[in-house]
Design a protein around this ligand. Structure first.
Ligand code: KIV
Length: 280
């Protein structure tokens, strides 16, 4: 039987020097495609609030919205490790809250692990989750759920004091038991230091080339989200443009009477049809 990628597999990849390509997915078809393309670890990020649900930040995302999407991604995959992002206020109020909500992500959602933003301040929750059998991925640097505290989506860890704090947070998280740490929008040199300092894999997004892995947002890399393109995102395709072009052709063809043709239509044989018209 096929089995899912485990946190042990992911930690072994760092030891072997094998880079980890993580990507977000939010629904059944995207999860199937991402897995088929060979991605070993899929994040159902709360970024779905912005790229799928149209919120202007990740703050409004709820547990129910996350669970709805986590379940779809789990249904679309058989081998990939699925990480469920914990939305704002599902863990900040304390470790018991974190445990209850993280438990739902595994028990109801079917995810294999959860991700929490923050360093020192989330360490107690991380310890409780890990002790309860819930693998946790950490997230440091630009933590979008704190956008109102940070004052915008800015590069983090630029001053010596901020860099030292970030390294200490990474060490604290690793000691608390996280199996990996996302490093978002920090200087490449700082990400390199953290990657060398902790034994668990670092997964960068806007954190340079020295992390053990990279993560990107599905809609950013495929050109599906036109509102904003972050500097760290590389566009591997322009699917949004393909969609608009295809839908415009559909609109034209319906208006011109060129769609549907006989090829897309259904017919009864003539004898059945003449009986039908007699009935009419
Ligand atoms: O929500 C998300 O997609 C994330 C990644 C950007 C790491 O947290």
């Amino acid at each position: 039987m096929e089995r899912r990628v485990s946190i042990t597999d992911l930690k072994a990849m760092k030891k072997r020097g094998e880079r980890i390509a993580m990507l977000t997915a939010y629904d059944y078809p995207s999860a199937r495609m991402v897995e088929e393309a060979g991605v070993p670890i899929i994040l159902v990020g709360d970024s779905l609030g912005m790229v799928v649900l149209g919120y202007d930040s990740t703050i409004p995302v709820t547990m129910d919205e996350m669970l709805h999407h986590v379940k779809a991604v789990v249904r679309g995959t058989r081998r990939a490790h699925v990480v469920a992002d914990m939305p704002f206020m599902s863990y900040q109020a304390g470790p018991q809250d974190a445990l209850r909500n993280a438990g739902r992500m595994l028990k109801e959602g079917g995810a294999q692990s959860v991700k929490l933003e923050g360093g020192q301040r989330t360490a107690e929750a991380v310890r409780l989750l890990v002790a309860s059998g819930i693998p946790v991925m950490g997230h440091l640097g630009l933590t979008p759920q704190s956008v109102n505290q940070i004052g915008g989506y800015k590069v983090q860890g630029k001053t010596p004091a901020a860099a030292v704090k970030l390294v200490n947070d990474a060490v604290t998280l690793a000691e608390a038991g996280v199996y990996a740490i996302v490093l978002e929008t920090i200087p490449a040199q700082l990400a390199k230091m953290v990657t060398e300092k902790v034994s668990v894999p670092t997964i960068g997004i806007g954190a340079g080339p020295h992390c053990d892995g990279q993560v990107q947002v599905f809609h950013d890399m495929l050109g599906l989200f036109a509102d904003f393109v972050p500097k760290h995102a590389k566009r591997y395709a322009r699917i949004g443009e393909v969609v608009v072009e295809a839908v415009s052709r559909y609109v034209d063809e319906v208006q011109e009477g060129d769609f549907p043709t006989d090829k897309e239509s259904f017919f009864v044989d003539e004898s059945a049809f003449s009986e039908l018209t007699q009935l009419g």
